[in-house]
Design a protein around this ligand. Structure first.
Ligand code: 4AD
Ligand code: MG
Length: 479
């Protein structure tokens, strides 16, 4: 028999014809006469109902059909009598491909908590929630390439092992070929890390931006999409040590063009999810609503699909950092003292509670903040006329906080050099970067979208470790 995927079978109207399906058993129920097996093969959130006439099959074989087992069924496509699905499969032949001993298999037919599943991370793909999340992740990755390809951007691969610190924040994982038993030493006896990578000090990249700029200043418009690494020991629901970032970089774009592109891009991804992942989104939305059942109406979040549509249909709010500080200064601290919105000092970085106040309470929409104080932003950002701020932009999303960080880049060689000196960025090691400003410099801009933060928003999941297949975070690196 020819194998058919469950997703395609459920759309089939060829009642009476014989097909083969293969998949993993989710549940089995029934009696001495008839069994119903819910089978999933990963092609869709929906299970296929297999109808088994018990007397026609070997008793030992049927015993092996337990949650988690892999089976192959030849059967006849039937119109389903029950509610829910239109199609079921009446088994004519069953093979058990791989058993899953119910006394040992960690996943039960019942619902498991996300915490429990994080402990069993190697098996969590087999649950409805995680298979839905990872199907959506696949679709979102595809949407990224589709969006930029349609716009004529080139996909550029930037190095993962690099000698520079693109963000100048010092949050890097060292890459080393040194022999720990016999490292090269400096004169004072300390280890000479300059020898790290066959004679050069290297680290895992925190961002592909600087290399992306080289590409943009020749190819016009490029984007990167790859893993990036941050050695920050932050145990939060929004940070990973290894995350995927999308970084477009565009020649001849100013900060306004940059904002326009970012807003269009985010909306494109959301629309793509709504157009292509509705079954999975509905499942995740229902899951969320069940989770929130206990909560008071005012504490419940907006229904997932409504929330996605809302963001799609509304313009993002755009304002400057200075305007945001004014708003925060004039805000009243929350009575429950859950949040302290007040911020007094111009120049301080916004804390996540400030960001959430702006997007969730004040505007109830995504917000693009621009023109940040130069001292809290990276060296490469374009300095504004006021001498105090830079043409930075952060996009803040409800429930997430910062989802995008970007800027117009400083194109003037002298200004850039002065700033690098002030911020202790080693200009002498970055001639390759500075040549973009020495030869044929021009206005250019770009931004970085944290792919997993976008995944949090689209799936409604609450912890960033649940939207990447193999999270890397403190105490999370067993495979
Ligand atoms: O704001 P960041 O640090 O900006 C850059 O790296 C720039 N070079 C981007 C550019 O202009 N090309 O990071 C960009 C985004 C953040 O807005 C956030 O969404 C995500 O990357 N991000 C993280 N996501 C998960 N875990 C972490 N530890 C993250 N750090 C940043
Ligand atoms: Mg940032």
């Amino acid at each position: 028999q020819k194998r058919i995927k469950i997703k395609d079978l459920l759309l089939s109207k060829e009642f009476g014809s014989e097909v083969n399906v293969k998949g993993w058993v989710r549940t089995k129920r029934g009696n001495k006469q008839i069994n119903f097996v819910a089978l999933n093969d990963g092609s869709t959130i929906q299970n296929l109902q297999i109808v088994v006439d018990v007397p026609n099959f070997n008793e030992d074989l049927l015993k092996k059909i337990t949650t988690g087992a892999a089976i192959s069924i030849d059967g006849e496509i039937m119109e389903s009598q029950g509610s829910g699905q239109s199609v079921e499969l009446k088994a004519t032949h069953i093979d058990v491909l791989g058993v899953a001993d119910p006394d040992k298999y960690p996943l039960q037919p019942k619902k498991h908590s996300l915490e429990f599943l994080r402990e069993k991370a190697h098996l969590r793909f087999r649950t409805n929630t995680f298979s839905a999340v990872f199907r959506i992740r696949h679709a979102m990755a595809y949407a990224v390439h589709e969006f930029f390809n349609k716009k004529g951007f080139y996909y550029m691969h930037t190095p993962l092992i690099t000698g520079s610190d693109a963000e100048g924040a010092g949050e890097m994982f060292r890459v080393s070929t040194l022999d720990p038993k016999n490292p090269p030493l400096n004169e004072d006896g300390s280890i000479n890390y300059k020898e790290d990578f066959f004679g050069k000090e290297t680290n895992l990249t925190v961002s592909g931006q600087l290399e992306g700029e080289l590409g943009a200043m020749a190819l016009g418009e490029i984007y990167t999409f790859g893993p990036t690494f941050r050695a920050e020991n932050s145990n939060t629901t929004r940070h990973l040590a290894e995350f995927w970032m999308i970084e477009p970089e565009m020649a001849f774009y100013d900060i306004t063009d940059n904002m326009d592109l970012a807003e269009e891009f985010l909306k494109y991804m959301i629309k793509y999810a709504l157009d292509n992942c509705m079954d999975d989104l509905k499942f995740l939305s229902q899951r969320l609503q069940e989770e929130e059942k206990g909560k008071k109406a005012e504490d419940r979040s907006m229904e997932l699909i409504e929330k996605l549509k809302f963001v799609l249909e509304n313009d993002f709010v755009r304002l400057t950092y200075t305007e945001a500080i004014e708003i925060l200064r004039n805000s009243k601290p929350n009575k429950k003292k859950k949040f302290q919105y007040l911020i007094n000092e111009w120049g301080a970085d916004l804390q996540s509670e400030h960001e959430r106040y702006l997007v969730e309470k004040k505007f109830e929409k995504p917000v693009i903040l621009i023109d940040y104080p130069k001292d809290i932003k990276a060296f490469y950002m374009k300095q504004n006329e006021d001498g105090k701020t830079v043409a930075a932009m952060d996009i803040l999303f409800p429930g997430i906080g910062e989802i995008i960080g970007g800027s117009q880049r400083e194109e003037d060689l002298d200004k850039l050099l002065t700033r690098m000196k002030e911020m202790n960025v080693p200009a002498d090691e970055m001639d390759w970067y500075l040549d973009t400003r020495r030869f044929g410099s021009a206005t250019h801009s770009g931004f970085g979208l944290g792919f997993e933060r976008m995944m949090l928003f689209v799936t409604g999941m609450g912890n960033i470790r649940d939207v990447i297949p193999f999270p890397r975070a403190p105490k999370n690196a067993e495979f």
